[in-house]
Design a protein around this ligand. Structure first.
Ligand code: NI
Length: 181
């Protein structure tokens, strides 16, 4: 069990698209364990590998009591939409209205390289979209409408944890009320 430091907004790793996983080895299983431990400790509803500084297409989620992970995910979004509050562990304390697809079908692999099929709506769908975005270097502020995004950026500028573009290790309370991902 190894809790990692969560990279915060401003860290370039969060804007770097992650590479597909090719080796389903012990290192990958350690990564999944680290992501799971760090996510549960935060606590958060999801955590993507770039958020702990690893540029691989892997994330974990914890929604409705179910803890899981997905490697090399591909999402299919349905046409329905949901508006609701969303947070991100890389933006401590910030929750904002973020529009997402209502439902998602996710395909990928588990850490042993076996196929995984996941279907989710509401919070699970939100988490799957949020985490897959992380793997593409996309952050939830990119998904907000312009007005919400402007308010979010103001709040980020005023937040204690922002101090420019060279973030060091910071301890933060991650008070995102369980909505952080
Ligand atoms: Ni996030």
């Amino acid at each position: 069990m190894s809790i990692q430091n969560i990279r915060l907004f401003g860290d370039p790793v969060l804007r770097t698209p992650a590479d597909p996983v090719a080796d389903f080895d012990k290192e990958l299983r350690t990564l999944v364990a680290d992501l799971t431990d760090t996510m549960l400790d935060a606590p958060g509803a999801g955590l993507a590998a770039p958020q702990i500084g690893v540029g691989l297409r892997v994330f974990t989620y914890h929604v409705d009591g179910v803890v899981g992970h997905l490697v090399n995910p591909v999402l299919e979004l349905d046409d329905g939409e949901q508006d609701g509050q969303e947070g991100c562990l890389s933006f401590p304390g910030l929750t904002c209205d973020t529009r997402r697809a209502w439902g998602v079908v996710a395909r990928g692999l588990n850490m042993w390289g076996e196929p995984v099929f996941l279907e989710g709506t509401e919070l699970l769908a939100r988490a799957l979209q949020h985490e897959t975005d992380h793997l593409d270097g996309i952050l939830f502020i990119d998904r907000m409408d312009r007005e919400t995004r402007r308010a979010a950026m103001r709040a980020i500028r005023d937040a204690e944890w922002t101090g420019g573009c060279a973030p060091t290790v910071r301890v933060s309370p991650h008070a995102t009320f369980g909505l952080g991902m």
